[in-house]
Design a binder for this molecule. Structure first.
Ligand SMILES: Cc1cc2nc3c(=O)[nH]c(=O)nc-3n(C[C@H](O)[C@H](O)[C@H](O)COP(=O)(O)OP(=O)(O)OC[C@H]3O[C@@H](n4cnc5c(N)ncnc54)[C@H](O)[C@@H]3O)c2cc1C
Length: 448
């Protein structure tokens, strides 16, 4: 009874996407989530997701109650509010629980078993393979063993399953607190109508949100998701202190609060391998969020999709080893991971800039809106643009900023090409990982 082909732990965006892509493929799949059904997908989030993710993965667009606002683009405000960049790009401001539950319902209708209020307590680990989990069903107050050929761990930032595996396994990689963002948001009703609700607003200000930014994301004409992120591990005051102090500056029209809460987001390159024998890690647990803006729903979907694809191929050959599941890494890094690794360097650079430098850089268009878009889409900071800006700014008297930007662009390119050479098998992982870490420490020396 308790033998499955695939056990998915966690029904957030990552786990639900895997379940959706594995449904009706002839496999016996079980998805469990600790939360009661009506709260699955309900986690602190800005809820903005770019349309391209749904298109690229063949996923349904949010609709009806799942869609709160169609997005046309983003307005980015400089710290002194004097420069506003408008970057166009389609997306959705979604109702996350409603959309996640829709994916789960569709997967369930196509044969995936879903158990809510059920927690994976610890892994079953035998002969170097993950073979399943000991689970606890809160409704029945019952602990049982579930065995599976492959476990997809999608436990979000908690990493609550993979953290209990033997520490020598590469999938137990830890997160440095400084490579995370502490984020808090409230969703509420506004006093009047929101102007231009099709545009998300992002406010950069190192005083009001050190190492992060404030956001104001309309959810229709009279509802808004407003919040901020700050860099973790820096010993800053609590996130709520910033929220209370600066809320009036960024959302003076917020009136009645509907929901509030905070959580953490990883802001680095993905975990060096998403797979090991019998296990695939996806979503926040695999550090798949975008290092610059912290958006992680789209990339959680990509990792969930890549995991499902690799699982189907593994069942074709009946091999569930790290070697066989390896294509998850190749798929993910090609689609997103390489860009993430390069953006991690950009994020580290941006976090060190002063408000003055950001004001200056945005005003003088050291990087232009379209280059910022290109950088965030592809993880490439074009050297030609930097070279051009370099000449202008040198003449204007801020050469050190530009010199650093040029160095950053070079390292971003190098990091991306390292990811193009991602190992084709687990054996080559340690050497490749050492090269990545070496590049990172050289980068740190160069931009100090
Ligand atoms: C304040 C804030 C704002 C954000 N804004 C945005 C945004 O605007 N756009 C965007 O794209 N991203 C945003 N993000 C990031 C985004 O929320 C995450 O990257 C994304 O939701 C990760 O999805 P996931 O499926 O990996 O994890 P989660 O959504 O965290 O899902 C994990 C699931 O696993 C379950 N679980 C955990 N452990 C167990 C266990 N042992 N057994 C059973 N179940 C378990 C949990 O109950 C949960 O349902 C934001 C994050 C924060 C904190």
């Amino acid at each position: 009874m308790n033998n499955y082909d695939v056990l998915i732990i966690g029904g957030g965006f990552a786990g639900a996407t895997s379940a959706w892509h594995l449904a009706k493929k002839g496999l016996k799949v079980l998805l469990i989530d600790s939360k009661p059904w009506n709260r699955i997908g309900d986690k602190p989030c800005g809820d903005a997701v770019s349309k391209e993710h749904f298109d690229n993965l063949g996923m349904p667009y949010p609709e009806g109650e799942q869609l709160e606002q169609k997005i046309q683009g983003i307005k980015i405000y400089s710290p002194d509010n004097e420069t506003v960049w408008k970057v166009d790009g389609e997306g959705f401001e979604i109702n996350s629980p409603a959309y996640t539950q829709r994916l789960l319902r569709e997967a369930q209708d196509r044969g995936v078993e879903v158990m809510d209020q059920t927690t994976a307590m610890k892994p079953i680990f035998e002969d170097g393979f993950v073979r399943g989990a000991v689970i606890f069903d809160r409704r029945k107050e019952q602990q049982t063993e579930v065995r599976a050929k492959v476990v997809i761990e999608a436990t979000g930032y908690s990493m609550s399953f993979r953290s209990k595996l033997p520490q020598e396994l590469p999938v137990t990689e830890l997160l440095d607190d400084r490579d995370s963002d502490i984020a808090y948001r409230e969703v509420g009703i506004t006093k009047g109508d929101i102007e231009d609700p099709g545009y998300l607003r992002i406010f950069i200000n190192q005083k009001a949100s050190p190492g992060g930014y404030w956001w104001y994301f309309p959810k229709g004409k009279n509802k808004v998701n407003v919040g901020l992120g700050i860099q973790g591990g820096m010993g800053y005051p609590s996130i709520y202190t910033y929220y209370q102090k600066y809320l009036k500056d960024y959302a003076p029209d917020l009136e009645r609060i509907v929901v509030k809460g905070g959580a953490l987001v990883p802001t680095r390159r993905p975990i060096s391998t998403l797979v090991w024998n019998g296990i695939i890690v996806v979503g926040d647990s695999a550090f798949t969020a975008n290092p610059v803006h912290g958006g992680g729903k789209g990339s959680a979907m990509i990792s969930g999709f890549c995991a499902a694809k690799a699982v189907l191929n593994a069942f074709e050959v009946g091999d569930f080893s790290a070697e066989s599941l390896w294509e998850t890494n190749v798929c993910y890094n090609e689609r997103y991971g390489a860009k993430q690794a390069s953006l991690e360097l950009f994020r580290r650079f941006l976090q060190r800039l002063s408000d003055d430098e950001i004001n200056y850089g945005m005003k003088k268009r050291v990087i232009r809106e379209e280059d910022l878009l290109e950088t965030s889409l592809k993880g490439d900071l074009q050297l030609s643009v930097v070279d051009k800006a370099m000449r202008v700014i040198s003449a204007l008297g801020k050469p050190s900023l530009l010199f650093k930007l040029k160095t950053v662009a070079e390292y971003m390119k190098e990091m991306k090409s390292l990811y193009k050479e991602y190992p084709r098998s687990p054996k080559e992982l340690p050497i490749w990982k050492a090269r990545v870490e070496n590049t990172l420490s050289q980068f740190e020396q160069s931009v100090k």
